[in-house]
Design a protein around this ligand. Structure first.
Ligand code: FE2
Length: 390
């Protein structure tokens, strides 16, 4: 018998298209981030945590109740941020194997694109490894074309073409409130968009992945931070920022550098079982209100020492916000040639010292808070020392 909320869905793998864009037009036209998919042991429990702590609301669902028996997925939304939480339903699921290896981790940094087939074919032609072939997904709300390629570790980039779809998230998903009626709506905290997504790769891997994003996706390098800029007494890292999608996609890539002790990147690689997404930065237009709300809900952030704020006024100059409030909430400030930014980092989202979130508000600055890196890393090292991993 079909479940009450069954959604009739079909998927068809598409043959290679010969209708290519005119010469001179880049087939890889990325419009922005589409969503981030996180693999978790329990979509239900992770959804409760992310909604009640971070102000996301579930908008769509696919699982046994909609006639889908391979996995369960909940889509969380706040502003333009879409997070897909996917869990396995049976022990022999390939998703279960991924979770055994990486824990609660980002699987897919998905891009919204103009033409998923063009993106996939061109990316593979330029050397990308396919993860899923172009496939047309269809239900009563329309069509989505999806394909994906592999990137660092077990992470993938999906290409999502959703211009002919008008449903809750994806063909096969039902509105969450239809399947689970009566759940209270959680007040949002002002998170509005995905700002950037950072990957940690192994020593020597950074330049390889920089070349991949340049060659395969046509990204350009925005910034380069050397280990001299990003080092503390104990550890160092190097970072390059890849930029694509007309500036809408920013993907910094970190690799560990030689230090006296184990660097935070090495700790990540050990506990994540290799490269993966280190943090997802979410934008707010009012970081004071956002962080006050998150702290009220018990979200824990990296501790910033009092000394950081003593030297802050000389380093950052005048800002619109009240510095005493910034200090009270533990927010970091950095200034560059274009303006300033405010940012703060959560503690790890699970027990493994792996994935965490950043909340960021930009006032002109297009940077990543390099002036804060040292203060931030010293804070991470205090946590590392508490775990006995420094
Ligand atoms: Fe960041």
């Amino acid at each position: 018998m079909k479940p009450k909320h069954h959604v009739e869905v079909s998927s068809t793998v598409l043959p290679p298209t010969t209708a290519l864009p005119p010469s001179g037009v880049d087939p890889i036209a990325i419009e922005g981030f589409d969503h981030i998919e996180i693999y978790t042991d329990s979509a239900k429990q992770s959804s409760y945590f992310l909604s009640h702590a971070f102000g996301f609301n579930p908008v769509a669902y696919r699982g046994p109740e909609t006639g889908w028996h391979d996995s369960a997925s909940i889509i969380l939304k706040q502003g333009d941020v879409l997070i897909m939480l996917t869990c396995p339903l049976k022990p022999d699921s390939p998703i279960a194997r991924q979770i055994a290896k990486h824990g609660f981790a980002a699987r897919d940094v998905a891009f919204r694109v103009t033409n998923a087939q063009w993106c996939f074919q061109e990316a593979v032609r330029r050397g990308a490894t396919a993860a899923a072939p172009p496939t047309e997904w269809k239900d009563a709300n329309g069509t989505i074309i999806h394909a994906s390629i592999k990137t660092y570790g077990d992470t993938i980039h999906s290409f999502v073409e959703r211009s002919k779809y008008n449903g809750p998230f994806w063909p096969g998903f039902a509105p969450y409130s239809k399947v689970f009626p009566g759940e209270p709506v959680v007040p949002e905290v002002g998170l509005s968009a995905i700002d950037h997504v950072v990957g940690n790769v192994e020593l020597g891997g950074m330049n390889e992945w920089v070349a991949f994003y340049e060659k395969v996706l046509g990204f350009s390098q925005l910034k380069h931070f050397s280990d001299k800029e990003i080092s503390t007494e104990y550890s160092a890292l190097m970072s390059k920022v890849m930029n694509g999608g007309g500036g809408k996609i920013k993907l910094p890539i970190n690799e560990p550098a030689e230090g006296k002790r184990k660097s935070q990147i090495e700790e990540f690689l050990e506990y994540n079982g290799g490269p993966g997404v280190q943090h997802i930065a979410l934008e707010t237009k009012d970081i004071i209100a956002t962080i006050a709300a998150l702290r009220e809900r018990g979200v824990r952030f990296l501790f910033v020492p009092k000394t950081y704020y003593e030297e802050a006024p000389t380093r950052i100059g005048t800002i619109d916000e009240d510095l005493s409030l910034i200090q009270k909430l533990g927010i970091l400030v950095d200034r560059d040639e274009d303006g300033y930014l405010l940012q703060i980092f959560t503690k790890n989202l699970e027990d493994r010292p792996t994935l965490f979130l950043e909340i960021i508000q930009r006032h002109g600055s297009r940077g990543f808070g390099v002036g804060n890196f040292k203060a931030l890393f010293e804070a991470i090292e205090r946590d590392q020392a508490e775990r006995g991993n420094l």
